[in-house]
Design a protein around this ligand. Structure first.
Ligand code: NAP
Length: 346
């Protein structure tokens, strides 16, 4: 028996993604074998495939051939002999980082996220990475409070649209920075759009909010954006950047500049957000936040924006779309049987 996955045969554009065959095998003693229902196509998939990720070129960088794909939802098909806690038939999520563009995933059973069968797997997969980042930057890093004013830089993408929804739910007054063609989505979530191509977002905010704002959540992680964002804060204000810095040198410049600023003296703070503590530290906050997000999805308090669904093996086309710059919200790969209709409880 075989299954297919989509592999980057070398570093480069979406055309380097090829469908390959693999032998189906029994799971290892501590593994689960998962039939994939949905797989996220996200920005870090692009940077790692192009060799442009922060760690590309270092010993931590990914070398081809490898299967991209940062997050997955699927059904456990078989569990290894030492596995406890999950069994065949359970629906689970995985924060894979790489490996998600596949029909079948083998994964260690102690890293599986419980997923309700009542939700659409394509919507569910946006919670594993994009909504998690949005929730944690907003509630764990920025610790927002109802009534506060927030600026979302990069409001139209996968994480940006999640921030708009979660921000509205948290009772924030929101400005969203996005290109003009995507302002409709910012307005749809009750926020005020700002076009960064025709306007300087800092000038717009200074005019509209002369007393300053409380929070900036920034997906660009560029030094100029961070400097401007800090200048907009009132006392007690917070800037959180979650975007992948363009280079290690760029990251060093950001940290060096911030170290010279006396943020605490001015009652301001800056946080660089990342998900590495899930792999290196305490997984508890992640498990709690996924459980919260799944409750919000089940009760339709959040409705992920999915621009297009592709069959899993058409990951190259899905990546082309993401790289075109035309995407609003998320692009998701799904098992072919999910393309026509909702098989969420199948
Ligand atoms: N820290 C983490 O754990 C983590 C996890 C996942 C992703 N990330 C990083 O987070 C960033 C965003 O990810 P994503 O998945 O949301 O990407 P995405 O879906 O591609 O969205 C990025 C958005 O940024 C906008 N944009 C581009 N240049 C901009 C600028 N100068 N100012 C304002 N907006 C700009 C683009 O929309 P417009 O057309 O409107 O410009 C685009 O919609 C990426 O750097 C990604 O690698 C970090």
């Amino acid at each position: 028996m075989i299954y297919h996955s989509v592999t980057a045969t070398r570093l480069g554009p979406p055309e380097v993604l090829e469908v390959v065959e693999n032998e189906l095998r029994a799971p290892g003693p501590k593994e689960a074998r998962i039939r994939v229902l949905a797989s996220a196509v996200s920005r870090p998939d692009v940077t790692v495939r192009r060799g442009e990720a922060l760690y590309s070129g270092t010993p931590l960088g990914k070398k081809p051939p490898f299967t991209p794909g940062y997050a997955v939802i699927g059904d456990v098909e078989a569990a290894g002999v030492q596995v406890t806690g999950v069994s065949a038939g359970d629906r689970v999520g995985v924060l894979t980082v790489t490996g998600g563009y596949t029909e079948v995933l083998y994964w260690r059973s102690d890293r599986l996220i419980p997923v309700p069968r009542t939700v659409d797997p394509a919507e569910a997969v946006t919670l594993i990475l994009n909504y998690l980042v949005a929730w944690q930057t907003m509630h764990r890093s920025a610790k927002v409070r109802a009534g506060e004013t927030a600026l979302i830089v990069g409001a139209s993408g996968g994480i940006g649209t999640a921030l708009l929804q979660l921000g509205r739910l948290a009772g924030l007054r929101i400005y969203g920075v996005a290109s003009a063609a995507k302002h409709w989505v910012v307005r749809e979530f009750g926020a005020t759009p700002i076009d960064y191509r025709s306007d300087d977002f800092a000038e717009v905010i200074r005019r509209a909010e002369p007393a300053g704002i409380d929070v900036v959540i920034d997906g660009t992680t560029r030094l100029d954006t961070i400097r401007k964002s800090l200048s907009l804060l009132r006392r007690g204000g917070r800037v959180v950047s979650y975007g992948e810095p363009a280079s290690l040198g760029g990251l060093a410049r950001i940290l060096g500049t911030l170290a010279r600023q006396k943020l605490a003296r001015d009652g301001k703070s800056f946080t660089l957000y990342g998900t590495s503590s899930y792999f290196l530290g305490n997984r508890r906050p992640y498990e709690e936040d996924w459980a919260t997000l799944f409750r919000l999805l089940e009760t339709r308090q959040i409705e992920p924006v999915i621009m297009q669904r592709f069959p899993i093996l058409e990951a190259a086309r899905a990546n082309e779309l993401l790289e075109s710059g035309a995407v609003v919200g998320n692009v998701v790969l799904v098992a072919p049987e999910l393309l026509n209709g909702d098989a969420s409880s199948s």
